[in-house]
Design a protein around this ligand. Sequence first.
Ligand SMILES: Cc1ncc(COP(=O)(O)O)c(C=O)c1O
Length: 377
Amino acid sequence: MIPFVDLKAQYASIRNEVNAAIQGVLDSCQFTLGSEVAAFEEEFAAYCQAKNGIGVNNGTSALHLALLAANIGPGDEVITVPFTFVATVSAIHYSGATPVFVDIDPKTFTMDVTAIEAAITARTKAILPVHLYGQPADMDPIMEIAKRRGLIVIEDAAQAHGAEYRGRRAGSIGDMGCFSFYPGKNLGAYGEGGMVVTNDADYMRTIRMLRDWGAEKKYQHILKGYNYRLETIQGAVLRVKLRHLEGWTEARRAAAARYHRLLAGNGVPTPEAMSQVRHVYHIYAIRSRQREALQDALLAQGIHTGIHYPTPVHLLPAFADLGYRAGDFPHSEQAANEVLSLPMFPELTAAQCEEVVAAVIGHTSASRETRSVATAT
Ligand SMILES: Cc1ncc(COP(=O)(O)O)c(C=O)c1O
């Protein structure tokens, strides 16, 4: 059996460190925010090459508060992509603003930067690119358009811890960057967590208040805020795991390179990394026209895969009220029909990679033969 993600293997490798960190929190009886969270904020912001980090209870809250700090609300429009996890778009909805979609570049799965200008209206306030699968969106053109048109840029870096664009870390390029520490993420909590990183002291101050009921000091509520605090146990666990993140990221990149090498020349479209990025392979997605059959065939051999994501957000019933239709974003729709995420986690062994690739190639060539027999008869 090859799992899609193996959190147990990772825990086994850091068990003593994590257990000691959790015990420390239990002994302190400080369960929300506190010194472990403050230290993690400082360490993770530094890791992202940003001045400030504000820990929150999940990645969706990070996006929500970043939008609020930028003063985005009802009547405003935020440009993003439909080929993302629903949370990106839900956060825009929470703020009261309207999500406006542009399609993706089919090669990189990230925002098609040539489509942005046509989507800008007098109501546009922000661009929200998603660094999908661990690859930063093409940030230079995005920042150039934003600067020229007076727009804020909020990076959805939920899948891109440690990713780089021209040597700059994801999350620190735009005005604010938002991370998720959902357990399966490249840096995952043992529960939920998220963070906004920013170089801007005003955004930092506002988000710090908004996450804790809008208060600067206890019971002095300056803003209408939320209970979006990060738990102390998560801060302590994440501090331990951050120390291992670079090693884990390099292991992911090595596994991706191995997949690439083994799949090359077999008619299986593999993901492309732009030359100016450090892709951190949260997900390694191939494409297949017979995606469901391939997924079933792999599962029959004990290989677990995922689909990220089967329906682009503009076609989800939850967002039907935005008024988009099938055909509006053909590259997102085609990707949603074709992508298949292969097992990807730092502990994935060379033998496991080889087994996965043999199964993928075996199924792909078998179905090619079946198709040519069918055409011949
Ligand atoms: C692209 C993207 N944005 C936002 C989120 C939301 O993060 P969370 O689940 O921590 O709320 C996620 C992860 O779930 C994600 O993958």
